[in-house]
Design a protein around this ligand. Structure first.
Ligand SMILES: Nc1ncnc2c1ncn2[C@@H]1O[C@H](COP(=O)(O)OP(=O)(O)OP(=O)(O)O)[C@@H](O)[C@H]1O
Length: 732
């Protein structure tokens, strides 16, 4: 098939790691799409095996097929989602054949946009209460960051402020310090009974907790000012009780705030003097526009005429056109602080160029779909088993993908290649050998060792082995976990020196987790802004950090898209990464896992596939992950849909990348896609209907043109047309 040029052999396995033509990127992309299509629908002459019921499956060498299937237990029948009989056959393919070529990407000549993190000025140069400054010094903060130096004076001066500065530049203190200072200086002293004086709205629960914790730390110098938080997933009754007792600085997520505004009488916004909207663009992306406008409307209602005495501060590392609109509605003659440019003007705020920290290096890894799983495994092992780069966050597109990969890697990778599981049992065995009680040959595990290993396994599951250098701890974070688990994971990962956090975008914004050295995007972010926030979880306040995005060869235009935002990426070579699979996890062990990179990768893939065949729990997780992946892939926004082209997706290869041997049809990939489409259509219909209802409720019998608000999408005219078409059809 095309793209096979440059094949080599290694360990008896046919290699296809060739590069595309080294010409302009454009010519590659044109030809490459053709190759991807061919790969998805290979020519008829391609060898078929008994294990490949569909022409779509790629070639399997007889040796590979025999070796893989002979020892594999057959999948148990009757599982949820199982396909009809003929589709249930296993698909066994080699990892290194039938892959699209990896294109050559010319080196970028774009200059990265970064901001200067620290300013020359210290906090003591500001007009802040001395207690606050000394508290900051105790926390180790003396110099202000650039954004603090530029924005704090304006907020202290009472101006509405719109702030844009790169991730990890200290925006939380930028709004927290002036708020605390003003409340602290208030005469007579602030009391609980004064109610909410500052309201901070953030998109996620973790971010709400984090901001609240900052106020907690800082208010030591003015204990009479009480901070509090409202987040979903907590008991509402307890929150109501806290509100009744009185909270002066309230941090919350929009949904929960609206909920309490509707149902809790003791929550009043009548005294709010500061409104902070953090990660404003994200709040709008998440569909909170209505909630935010509703909060602003409540403020207007409860404090008629107070708009000039209330101060509003909006912040993010990236601002969208939607934020400008929101700013227009809630900020009065705002001071605009854009740290990346000297002369900030509103129009520059939403410019294409996005600043990322200077100490953050960006990378990409071009990987054919089939090799994704083993390459990710190899990358984790290469960074997390030893050294200074052992703390990593990996982003996935869906919760099911997070669940599956966390369970899988905890099982397969946490002790990859370890002959002897426990260091203590190693020592004990060495003592026994020295004492002449035991020879040092293999298989000398005694009952005590087994018990100890079982105990360690248990400890690992409970997350207790966090600090052990020979064990990689995998944790997960996503929106469907209980609040208790979410908070526990957030805290434990924040405090850990090493480990891997597998997550969805719930962790992409604002979270400040020290020492994170690598950000991996196993599923690429939908937009450049989302990319910037995800990678911003590392390289915070001048720390070192690196980011890596996994891309299929056909997705390479993503690199160019990021370059258009002044983000330049360097390549990491897939083969170099895969070589790590040859080494055992235990640095003291000299026995390699395999002799060649291909053998090691195949061995790991087989281990995973066999695990899935023998364990229905893992298999179900993998199937769910696969189906959710297919759905998510079909829903990339239209701006990037050409590079994440669902139609060119080789579903069989992606099934393999989940360790599944089922055919895509058996896994219901087509059905997943159709369901996704139908769901979208239903949602759109419902949304149109809802908008019309809202309009009708608000405007009674007013003519449509008179009822249009500035947020109206104009869709309310749709049904009229629809009726017309229907009538037309009827007439026909
Ligand atoms: N003046 C300072 N000196 C040293 N460290 C600081 C200073 N101000 C803030 N920091 C630290 O910088 C880190 C990042 O701060 P913060 O979370 O506020 O960043 P951010 O700009 O809001 O990031 P994001 O855009 O990702 O939300 C925190 O760990 C904080 O402790």
């Amino acid at each position: 098939m095309s793209g096979d040029g440059g094949q080599g052999t290694a360990g008896g396995i046919v290699l296809n790691l060739s590069r595309g033509p080294a010409g302009g990127r454009q010519s590659y992309f044109q030809s490459h799409h053709k190759r991807e299509a061919e790969d998805a629908f290979p020519p008829k002459k391609r060898p078929k095996t008994a294990h490949a019921p569909e022409a779509k499956q790629d070639a399997v060498t007889p040796a590979d097929a025999g070796r893989e299937t002979d020892h594999s237990p057959k999948p148990s029948a009757g599982n949820e989602g199982d396909a009809p009989n003929e589709e249930k056959k296993e698909i066994v393919t080699s990892l290194f054949t039938g892959n699209p070529a990896i294109p050559f990407i010319p080196k970028s000549d774009v200059t990265k946009l970064s901001e200067k993190v620290f300013s020359e000025e210290s906090f003591s140069s500001l007009d802040l209460a001395p207690q606050i400054v000394s508290n900051l010094e105790k926390l180790g903060f003396t110099s202000m960051t650039s954004v603090q130096q530029q924005a704090i004076p304006s907020i202290l001066g009472g101006k509405d402020t719109l702030v844009k500065s790169q991730t990890g530049s200290g925006k939380t203190l930028t709004y927290a310090l002036p708020i605390l200072h003003s409340l602290m200086m208030q005469v007579p002293r602030v009391q609980r009974s004064d109610g909410v004086l500052a309201l901070v709205v953030v998109p996620t629960r973790e971010l709400a907790l984090q901001s609240y914790q900052w106020f907690e730390k800082l208010h030591k110098s003015c204990v009479w000012v009480v901070p509090g938080y409202l987040i979903g997933g907590e008991k509402k009754k307890a929150e109501k009780a806290r509100l009744r007792r009185g909270i002066n600085i309230l941090v919350g997520t929009p949904g929960r705030l609206i909920d309490h505004l509707h149902s809790t009488r003791s929550l009043s916004l009548a005294s709010v003097r500061f409104l902070v909207i953090d990660e404003a663009d994200r709040l709008l992306d998440m569909g909170y526009e209505r909630s935010i406008t509703s909060i602003i409307e409540t403020l207007h209602e409860q404090q008629p005429g107070a708009i000039s005495s209330r101060q509003t501060i909006m912040l993010s590392a990236t601002l969208s056109a939607g934020v400008e609109k929101l700013a227009g509605m809630s900020l009065v003659e705002p001071k605009v602080v854009d740290v990346s440019c000297e002369d900030s003007t509103e129009s520059q705020l939403t410019s294409e160029a996005l600043a990322t920290p200077a100490n953050l290096s960006h990378h990409y890894l071009l990987v054919p779909a089939k090799l994704r799983l083993v390459t990710l495994a190899a990358f984790i092992l290469s960074k997390c088993k030893c050294g200074d780069e052992r703390k990593m966050i990996i982003f996935f597109a869906t919760q099911d993908m997070v669940d599956y990969h966390t369970a899988l890697f905890s099982k397969v990778l946490s002790r990859y290649g370890q002959e002897v599981k426990s260091k203590t049992s190693l020592l004990r065995r060495a003592e026994k050998v020295l004492a002449g009680e035991e020879d040092d040959g293999e298989g000398s595990h005694d009952e005590e060792d087994v018990e100890e290993e079982e105990e360690e396994e248990e400890e690992l599951e409970q997350g207790k082995s966090r600090e052990r250098p020979d064990v990689i701890l995998f944790q997960k974070l996503h929106g469907s976990m209980t609040q208790q688990d979410r908070s526990a994971v957030f805290k434990s990962f924040k405090d850990a020196a090493a480990g891997v956090l597998m997550c969805t975008d719930v962790a992409s914004r604002g979270l400040d987790m020290p020492k994170v050295r690598w950000i991996v995007q196993f599923s690429a972010a939908c937009t450049a802004a989302d990319y910037v926030h995800r990678v911003g979880r590392t390289a915070r306040v001048n720390a070192l950090g690196s980011a890596l995005v996994f891309l299929a060869p056909a997705e390479a235009p993503y690199i160019q898209m990021l370059e258009s935002h002044k983000i330049t990426l360097k390549e990491i070579n897939m083969q170099g990464v895969l070589r790590n699979l040859m080494l055992p996890l235990d640095p003291n062990s000299r026995k390699p896992v395999a002799n060649t990179m291909e053998e090691a990768a195949t061995k790991l893939q087989l281990q995973i596939e066999k695990l899935l065949l023998s364990d229905s729990g893992f298999r179900d997780l993998a199937r769910k992950a696969y189906v959710s992946f297919v759905r998510s892939y079909a829903s990339y926004p239209k701006e990037v849909r050409e590079m994440f082209n669902f139609k060119a997706l080789h579903l069989g290869h992606y099934a393999k990348s989940m360790g599944l041997r089922d055919s895509p049809a058996a896994l219901g990939a087509g059905a997943a896609f159709r369901a996704k489409k139908e769901m979208k259509e239903r949602r759109e219909k419902k949304e149109k209907k809802r908008k019309i209802q809202v309009m009708n409720q608000r405007c009674g019998n007013l003519p449509k043109t008179a009822s249009m608000s500035e947020f109206d999408s104009g869709l309310d005219s749709m049904p009229k047309n629809k009726t017309k078409t229907k009538t037309k059809k009827k007439i026909k």
